[in-house]
Design a protein around this ligand. Structure first.
Ligand code: PLP
Length: 257
């Protein structure tokens, strides 16, 4: 059985975070495991509250998993604060998983800080260098490089700059790009463009979580990184096309249809 581990935050409404990751792993036939970093009280309308777990129990969950079960790939999502980030980085260096997909989650669609702004530098310094691929959306890309990123050319330049921060590769997601939903991949030698299809729906809660966990699942299944990204894009497209009109805000992506 192929396996994957998500290190991320819990979304009580089940559309994003750990819950989206585990649904994605299951839908793709990969056995999912989780180390919870933070618990959010949220629904489709927004995040009401957050409580972070201690570094001790975050590290304890990761220890328990790696000491017992092979981990095919790791996905990292909401990491919340600097102490959590340092613990996760320490554990990744100790256990050296083959693949680490890092979704640098910063702010929810509803505007809630899922990463404390003062922890951004810690994320860049401690976690980016450990990633097989880092998957920022345009907003996160702008926060990483410190300026507006609004065109494909600006995305390519930003991908290069983020690559220089230490990850093995970068996928800058252009879901909100005016030129169309196009993602730019850069691995230090060449750029690759992944085109998508704009789907007209309000139900997009958890799309970033789902894409990054799908990449991790496909890597665990043995696909090359380029193929894993391509297949994950196809997967997220289906999950958005079949997204659910639940709740009063942004409904969730759907994994079993
Ligand atoms: N909640 C948690 C725990 C998350 O990890 C994320 C995104 O990564 C979100 C909420 C935000 O989801 P969205 O911005 O798609 O609503």
């Amino acid at each position: 059985m192929k396996t994957a581990l998500t290190i991320a935050g819990s979304d009580s409404s089940g559309g994003a975070g750990i819950q989206a990751d585990l649904k994605t792993f299951s839908a793709l036939g990969v056995y999912g495991m989780s180390a919870i970093v933070s618990v959010t009280a949220q629904n489709t309308q927004g995040v009401d509250d957050v409580e972070d777990l201690s570094p001790k129990i975050i590290g304890g969950q990761i220890n328990a998993i790696f000491r017992d079960i092979p981990v095919g790939a790791v996905k990292i999502g909401m990491v919340s604060n600097s102490a959590a980030i340092r613990t996760i980085a320490e554990k990744l260096k100790e256990f050296r998983p083959k693949y680490v997909v890092l979704d640098p989650v910063m702010v929810s669609k509803s505007g809630f800080d899922l990463l404390k702004p003062e922890a951004r530098e810690t994320l860049i310094r401690e976690l980016l260098p450990l990633a097989t691929v880092v998957t920022p959306n345009l907003f996160e890309t702008e926060r990483l490089v410190g300026r507006k990123v609004e065109t494909l050319e600006a995305m390519r330049q930003a991908a290069k700059e983020i690559f220089d921060m230490g990850p093995e590769s970068v996928l800058v997601k252009g879901g909100h790009l005016e030129e169309g939903p196009i993602d730019i991949f850069y691995d230090g030698t060449q750029f690759h463009q992944f085109a998508g299809k704009r789907i007209d729906t309000n139900n997009t809660h958890g799309t970033g979580c789902t894409l990054s966990s799908a990449i991790a699942a496909y890597l665990a299944k043995g696909l090359s990184l380029a193929d894993a990204i391509q297949e994950a894009k196809t997967y997220i497209q289906g999950a958005i096309e079949h997204s659910l009109p639940l709740g009063h805000g942004h409904g969730p992506t759907h994994h079993f249809y």
